[in-house]
Write a protein that binds this ligand. Structure first.
Ligand SMILES: [Zn+2]
Length: 60
């Protein structure tokens, strides 16, 4: 994916691994990914949308 701030293209797994200091207790990772180039935090929209769709499907 591409960083919205610096335009650096990187792998999402690589960016997630960079988020080690995140205090979340949910499965070891948060909903944000970090750009390995500038450190800008980006909301993992694809992941979030997937989760929302899953929740909608289960509740309706
Ligand atoms: Zn960046």
């Amino acid at each position: 994916m591409k960083c919205a701030l610096c335009g650096y293209e990187f792998d999402q797994n690589e960016a997630t691994a960079a988020c080690k200091n995140c205090p979340t207790i949910m499965s070891g990772s948060c909903n944000f990914i970090k750009c390995p180039n500038c450190g800008f935090e980006i909301a993992a929209e694809s992941k979030l949308l997937k989760l929302l769709k899953k929740l909608r499907r289960s509740t309706s």
